[in-house]
Design a protein around this ligand. Structure first.
Ligand SMILES: [Zn+2]
Ligand SMILES: [Zn+2]
Length: 48
């Protein structure tokens, strides 16, 4: 019903549960960095 929320980290394609801002501790730590590549390890972000 409600739209899935995306992780707040730029470059991360993961969705997060309601009430969460980041999908992982990685994204929470990386949010202030200039990286455009997410390495949270979730399938949505793994690009080989
Ligand atoms: Zn990610
Ligand atoms: Zn994320």
């Amino acid at each position: 019903m409600a739209d899935a929320k995306k992780c707040a980290m730029d470059g991360c394609l993961c969705t997060v549960s309601d009430g969460q801002k980041y999908c992982s501790a990685y994204c929470e730590a990386a949010e202030g960095l200039t990286t455009l590549v997410c390495e949270c390890g979730h399938p949505a972000c793994v690009k080989l």
